[in-house]
Structures are given as C-alpha cells and as structure tokens.
Design a binder for this molecule. Structure first.
Ligand code: H2U
Ligand code: ZN
Length: 344
C-alpha cells in the first residue's frame, strides 16, 4: 500500500486543526443507494419566487425589474445595525452585542440559471457587486468584517433555487476568520512571508492537488480538505479584500469560477450543492497578513444523492475523510469544462 493509503492525520495550517484521513476504508462494502436525480426543470420566471424581478417579498417590499445583479437588505436579518444588548462579562456567562447587517444578492434575473450557467461577464458583474458591497459595508464604523457566501441546493438548506448569495457583515470576527487571521499572522512572524502564497507556490510545483487555474487564480483541493470535493481558490498575488482586485483579475476569477463549478456539476451530472464564500481581511487588518481566498464546501460524496455527514467521531472528535484530497483532485481534473446540459 502507498504511504498515503494508511490512516494518518493532516494539519490545516490556516486553522491549526487536524483532519483524519482513512483512505483504506474506500474498500469497504457500500450498501447505500446510488440514484440519479430527476432533471431539474425550472421556468425562467417563477411568479411565486421572492427573488424574481417584479415579485413581492415578505412584508410589502417589491423587487425592481432588475436586469443584472440585485442587492437588498435581508427581510429576516440575522444581524441588526443598532444593538442595545447589555452583555455579561463573568467567565462562565460571557456575552456581547453583535451589531451587523444582512443582505441578499441576486446573481441574475433568470430563475432557472446557476453560477456555471452564467457567462463569464455575468459572473464578473456578480464579483463586482460583492466587491462594491464589501467596500460600502466596511465604511460603516460599526462593521469590521464582511462575509460573502452562497448556500446552494436543498442539501445545504438553501430555501430558493433562484441564483443568489448572501452577505453577513459583523462587528466582531467570526470564529473561522479569527483562526485564519491568527495563523497567517504567526506564519509571517516565523517565516517572513505569506502562508497562502507560499502554499500556492508549493502546490504549483507538486501539481497533484490542482484542479484548474487561470492567469490570476488557481483552484485546488487543499492538502487538509475535510469535505470530499472541497476546494480552495487562491489569487496569485497578495490581495487582502475583494475590492483589491482589478478588472482583469475579476474577469479571470469569473472565468475560473465558471470552469470550477462546471466541473462540479459534471461530476455527478447534477446542480452541485455547496456552501462557498470568500475569506477576506477584516477592516482593522492592515499588516498584510490576511490573504483573500475562497472556500467551496460541497457535501456530496458518491452521487447526486449520497452525501457525507459530519457526525459521530467528527462531532465529538475531529473531521475525517476516506477519499484522499489527491484522489478528489484527480476526479475533478479529468472532468470536462463544458457543462453537461450543453452536451447531447
Ligand atoms: P438561502 O440563501 O439560505 O436560501 O436564504 C435566502 C434568504 O432570503 C434568507 O436569509 C431571505 C431569507 O431571510 N428572504 C428575504 O430576505 N425576503 C423574503 O421575502 C424571503 C427570504
Ligand atoms: Zn426566481
């Protein structure tokens, strides 16, 4: 057996957390179902969709007849701008107010499309909108961090297939971002260089986990991936936030996202569910320690209907995977960049 096929653990240098890799388990008998889902047939416009142009949302708000991207404040926001929360500071009962904002960003007026089915130019305008909103939200003195994310597919609890993403902007750093900031900062203190740029340079040399790349960005399955087909999208130069990208870089990122999400859809010939999002530098970070990047966390394991669960040992101990990141990258790399719906 190759050394990589023995149980081992790998360190995520961004968070300091370990993942257990058990590749030998892939040989175990599989009794779960493998079924192909019925083809998703959605109309271009759905009169009952609260995100389609011209339709009414909760309360009395009505969407404009938008033609490109469309941003609105979430009607059921998880965060509110003004918070009068008293908080507690005792060691065992500590709490504090969390002022913030929640927004919804529609990618496109068409109800039936998803990210890989948009043109590169249309995806680029979504990225421009994410960058503009990040800049505007960070101008608010109460906001220190802007989380852009897309939750896609019923498997991920997404309530509406209309292509959209969300932004939650907070005054404190969310846990994952705080961990990544701490580890990038201490890496620079120890090595004098950027953790993610050094990592990218080594991955470009090793090649075994790279899925696809464009002039300015690379998508790879990280060495420490938890989800079977998890990927990390990295810029080729230092960039702290979305608004640091120039027009050429935004187009290159749009091109890469189209190609990556097309590969994802082609893997099990379905609209591939995931949670994805950007991690970017908080407002107070000016030392250049935090490198902008994207994570894709897709739940699917074997087919359009067989997902990975993070349960048992993973809830009580640590995350675990069977398929190695290298095997996942091989699978994704061999797929076509022409969407299956476009082929006969
Ligand atoms: P998902 O991305 O998880 O499907 O959530 C969609 C968001 O849309 C959700 O946060 C918001 C919900 O609060 N929403 C509105 O803002 N207005 C509505 O009329 C319905 C849903
Ligand atoms: Zn719609």
């Amino acid at each position: 057996m190759e050394p990589n096929h023995f149980p081992h653990r790998r360190l995520n240098p961004l968070t300091g957390e370990w993942v257990l890799v058990s590749p030998h388990r892939l040989l175990r008998p599989w009794q779960g179902k493998v079924e192909r889902l019925p083809e998703d047939q959605r109309p271009q416009y759905d009169p009952t969709c609260y995100l389609c142009p011209g339709n009414t949302r909760a309360g009395s708000a009505r969407n404009p007849a938008y033609e490109s991207t469309f941003v609105f404040d979430n009607d059921f926001p998880a965060l509110l701008p003004a918070v009068a929360f008293p908080g507690e500071s005792s060691p065992l009962f500590r709490s504090e107010g969390e002022p913030g904002r929640s927004q919804v960003i529609c990618f496109h007026p068409r109800h039936d499309l998803s990210l890989p089915e948009l043109t590169v130019q249309q995806i680029a305008s979504v990225i421009h909108t994410w960058a503009d909103q990040t800049r505007l939200l960070l101008e608010d003195p109460g906001i220190n961090y802007v989380q852009v994310f897309e939750n896609k597919g019923e498997l991920m609890g997404c309530s509406n297939p209309h292509p959209h993403s969300q932004i939650w902007a907070t005054s404190h750093l969310p846990n994952e971002v705080q961990k990544e900031l701490d580890h990038q900062r201490s890496y620079r203190e120890r090595h004098g260089s950027s953790l993610l740029l050094d990592y990218l340079a080594q991955e470009q040399r090793r090649k075994e986990r790279i899925v696809c790349s464009s002039q300015h960005f690379t998508a790879l399955v990280p060495y420490w991936a938890i989800w079977p087909f998890e990927t990390l999208v990295l810029p080729h130069r230092a960039a702290a936030r979305l608004m640091d990208l120039d027009d050429g870089e935004i187009t290159a990122l749009a091109d890469l996202l189209k190609r990556l999400t097309t590969r994802y859809d082609n893997l099990f010939r379905c609209s591939f569910p995931y949670s994805m999002g950007f991690h970017q530098a908080p407002k107070t970070e000016s030392a250049g320690d935090f490198q902008l990047h994207m994570h894709f966390f897709p739940p699917l394991l074997r087919s359009a209907s067989v997902r990975k669960f993070l349960v048992g040992f993973e809830m009580l101990g640590m995350p675990q995977r069977d398929l190695t990141p290298e095997q996942a990258a091989d699978r994704l790399r061999e797929l076509s960049e022409v969407h299956y719906k476009q082929t006969v």
